[in-house]
Structure formats: C-alpha cells, structure tokens
Design a binder for this molecule. Structure first.
Ligand code: UDP
Ligand code: MG
Length: 316
C-alpha cells in the first residue's frame, strides 16, 4: 500500500461520548483536503465503549486504523504509539475531545507546503475551562520555558502538524519518558505557529485531574532540565552564608554586649528549617534517580495489544 499524504494521530482514553463526533469532524476535514489520508486512533486502555466504537469505524472505513493498548499507559505514550504507526508524509496530532479544531488542518498543511517541518497550534485563548486550569497552564508553560534550555513555544500543547522527517527523528529517540512537545522542539527543524482559540471539551470530562497534571509537569521538567538539582547548590550556599552571618552576630553579642545568648527556640527553628531543606533536596535527587531507574529498566513506554483496520478484520 502506498503511504497516505496525511496521517492523523488521535489518542483516546474513555472518550465514548465524543469519539463519534471526532471521527465525523476529522473525516469531513480530511475529505475536503482531497488527499489520501489515514486516521490512527490509539485506544489507551479505555474502560468504556471507546474501543467498540472505534472498531465499528474500522469495519466501515479503510482510512481508519486502531492501535489498541493492553492497558492505560497515558497520553504521551499513546501519541508516541500513534507516531510510530503513522505512515503519512505529514502527521497531525490532535486530542480526541475536539478542544482543538481540526478545521485548522488545511491552514497547517499550507504552512507545511511552504516548507515548515513543524506547524504547532498556539493557544490565543482558552474557552470553557476553569480559572484554575487556565492559570495553572499559563504558569506551567512559563515555568517550563525558564527551567529548560530547549526553546519550547508558550501555550502550545500537542496539537500540531509534523513532517515525516520530524516524526522519524522523534521516534528514534530512545527515552521512555516522552514529553512529546519538548522532544519535537528538541529535534529542531523549521517550526512555526498557527494561532487558535482552544474550545471547550465537546463532551465528557478531562482525563487530567490535578494529580496527573502535577505528575505531568514534574516529568516535563525532570526530562528536560537539571536545574532543580542546581537548587541544592544555590540553597546550600545561601543557608551557609546566613548561618555564617548569624554566627558573627552571636559572637559579637557574646563578646562585646550584655545581651544574653538565649533561646533554644531559635536553635530548634534553624535545625528544623535546614533539615527540611535537606529532605527536599534529597527528594529532588530521588525524583531523578527514579527516572534513571525507569529508563535503565528499558521497559517499553506502551504495549500494543492489536492493530486493527478494515483489511485485518476482513481476513478473520
Ligand atoms: N488521554 C489518553 N490517555 C490518558 C489521558 C488522556 O490517551 O491517560 C487522551 C484523552 O483521551 C484526550 C487527550 O489525551 O484525547 C487529552 O486529554 P484531556 O482532554 O482529558 O486533557 P485536557 O485537555 O483536559 O488537558
Ligand atoms: Mg482536552
């Protein structure tokens, strides 16, 4: 089979409420673009009807492929798998919940034809998300940018078009902790932005509760920066400096004034404070060591149970 011009990678976890609408909107846009295309849905161990619905699309439509995970591995592994199985010359990555408009694809493709290798969607605005999500996202993108030496665009998620060359380059990176937007920035190539307004979820709930958001942010920082480790050096230096100055003051008071050097309270306070800092730094080191451990075990980032399309169903 000849490779399609366009692939669309769609990670889906418990998206039974939107997935049919997503399929319809994607199909309409892709048909309009008038080039051979494929839709690569990755079912990330959904516990609802997502897989069944996707299967029914596979039965009717040769353009659809389903990469079915053995369990829930997460958003980033799902996209990695989609990129691995995509065959197109250009690959679109888009969430299943229609927060990012597929109608932007033609505009992205145009930029691609102009010679850009990565065309990412940059959020001008977010609609229908909680104030907390908006603020935390703003902080997150700015924080990440400060923490890493890779030039990562602000307010940009996974919604983008990447050229085959970029897809291959990212696929070749052996690391298991996959912060995709970071990796795509890291590989370089000519990149540009398309501005858009992020919509409300079409239906269903976010699959990123606070706990996952924090874990995601930690992964992003830890896999692209060792600045947190430098914190140890800086804090250590500052604390010793403070201690030194304080010691000088105490000595001065003891030798040249009548002030009694009193108080176990201040001593205890300082001990607790410094112990806290030491533990925090140990924790940061632990986070890195844990990640080294994960990488060294060399387990795959995901396990595919089956890849299904109309042809494979026909052969049964
Ligand atoms: N997703 C996934 N696996 C997960 C969590 C999320 O494949 O473990 C998918 C989800 O189906 C959606 C995309 O990743 O297509 C983004 O998730 P979501 O919309 O819940 O995140 P938010 O937009 O709220 O940050
Ligand atoms: Mg979403």
């Amino acid at each position: 089979m000849t490779a399609p011009t366009f692939s669309v990678v769609i990670p889906a976890f418990n998206e039974e409420e939107v997935i049919a609408e997503t399929y319809a909107r994607l199909t309409a846009v892709m048909k309009k673009m008038g080039e051979p295309y494929e839709l690569v849905f990755v079912n990330d161990g959904s516990r609802d009807k997502t897989a069944e619905i996707l299967m029914s699309f596979c039965m009717e439509d040769t353009a659809v492929r389903l990469v079915d995970f053995s369990r829930n591995f997460g958003h980033m592994p799902a996209i990695s798998a989609g990129m691995e199985y995509a065959r197109g010359d250009a690959i679109f990555i888009i969430d299943a919940d229609l927060q990012d408009p597929p109608e932007l694809f033609p505009q992205m493709a145009e930029k691609w034809r102009e010679g850009f290798f990565v065309v990412y969607g940059q959020r001008e605005k977010r609609k229908g998300e909680s104030l907390f999500k908006k603020v935390s996202a703003k902080i997150f993108y700015r924080f990440i940018r400060r923490m890493t030496s890779v030039d990562m665009p602000l307010d940009t998620g996974e919604f983008r078009l990447i050229d085959r060359a970029v897809c291959d380059a990212v696929n070749k990176l052996p690391e298991k902790s996959r912060y995709i937007r970071g990796l795509v920035s890291w590989v370089g190539f000519r990149q540009t932005a398309v501005l858009y307004v992020r919509q409300e979820r079409f239906a269903g709930k976010t699959k990123y509760p606070l706990r996952k958001m924090v874990a995601f942010a930690m992964d992003a920082v830890m896999s692209f920066s060792y600045k947190p480790l430098k914190l140890a050096t800086t804090l250590g230096f500052l604390i010793s400096l403070t201690g030194f100055i304080y010691l000088a003051i105490i000595l001065y008071q003891a030798l040249f004034t009548d002030t009694t050097v009193a108080g176990w309270a201040s001593t205890t306070g300082i001990v607790v404070f410094t112990q806290g800092i030491v533990l925090m730094i140990l924790g940061i080191m632990g986070e890195y060591i844990g990640r080294i451990y994960d990488e060294i075990k060399n387990r795959p980032a995901y396990i595919v149970r089956a890849v299904i399309d109309k042809k494979s169903l026909g052969n049964r």
